[in-house]
Design a protein around this ligand. Structure first.
Ligand code: ADP
Length: 265
């Protein structure tokens, strides 16, 4: 807290009173500091793939292009880095849209049961060559919730793709849909590396990664969970994580019922 004092004087020069203006500098400074940090992070995140691409392109120029042993690999690396930069820029655009509230949520009634099942079906197809099992704890009946289908798809995609990324071979990913009294809870549990206790409060922060090198190697942008959190907030829901280092992780979020369809009342 910062205080500015001004002395109010009468025309005679006599003191008449004091005005104190209190500013919450800490809050302003915090926002400013966060903004600076964000810009520094974005620059760093873009520079890393660009530097790597530049050196591979230079090597290709210097003759590697004529070497069939290395050329395809070098081209693949630059192509992967390009893809990661595209993902990063798309994630940044999405976050900035959500920050400025410059977007329309398309809220509609949807059946959470079929929605979650469809997303899992898609991941099952995509991972059929990997040793990943999906287990579903999903009720048979329809559960009507209110949501923006595209945004919720992205939210669940981000969480399930993390579960896959951080799972060991042969790991099981359990997706649970639990209707509670006032809300629906969707959880994704994996048997992966887990998140150390001290890191848990930060995982929804932009660019925060427990293991930077590992996340980068897996093609991560460090923004997936920050986006997930924004989407959940836009649905007036909650998102949280419980995890045990080395044992596995569970991400859960809530969605509101569609009141009209909800209980038929
Ligand atoms: P990333 O692109 O790095 O995956 P996210 O925002 O999606 O970025 O996740 C942030 C960090 O949280 C990850 O780098 C990872 O350290 C941790 N994390 C997320 N999901 C899991 C999970 N299922 N198991 C273990 N760690 C996870």
């Amino acid at each position: 807290l910062e205080a500015h004092f001004s002395v109010i004087e009468k025309e005679t020069g006599e003191e008449n009173g004091i005005i104190a203006v209190l500013h919450d500098v800490t809050e302003q400074e915090r926002i400013e500091e966060e903004r600076r940090e964000f810009v520094a992070n974005v620059s760093h995140e873009l520079r890393t793939p660009l530097t790597s691409m530049k050196s591979y392109l230079e090597a290709l120029e210097d003759g590697a292009l004529e070497n069939p042993e290395v050329a395809p690999h070098f081209i693949q690396v630059t192509s992967n880095e390009t893809e990661r930069m595209i993902r990063l820029v798309n994630d940044l655009l999405q976050l900035s849209k959500m920050d400025s509230k410059d977007y329309q949520m398309v809220m509609a009634s949807m059946n959470a049961t079929t929605f979650v099942n469809h997303v899992i079906d898609r991941f099952e197809m995509a991972t059929k060559n990997q040793e990943i099992q999906f287990k579903r704890k999903i009720p048979d009946r329809a559960i009507p919730v209110m949501g923006d289908r595209d945004k919720l798809t992205q939210l669940l995609d981000n969480i399930i793709s993390n579960a896959i990324k951080y799972s060991p071979e042969g790991g099981t990913i359990t997706c649970t849909l639990k209707p509670e009294k006032d809300r629906v809870v969707i959880s994704v549990k994996d048997e992966g590396v887990g998140i150390p206790k001290d890191n848990i409060p930060h995982v929804f922060d932009r660019f925060y990664r427990v293991d930077k090198a590992r996340s980068r190697n897996l093609g991560g942008t460090g923004l997936g969970l920050a986006i997930a959190k924004e989407i959940v907030n836009a649905h007036a829901g909650h998102i949280w994580v419980s995890s045990e280092w080395g044992r596995g992780t569970t991400f859960s979020f809530t969605l509101p019922y569609d009141e009209v369809e909800g209980d038929g009342s």
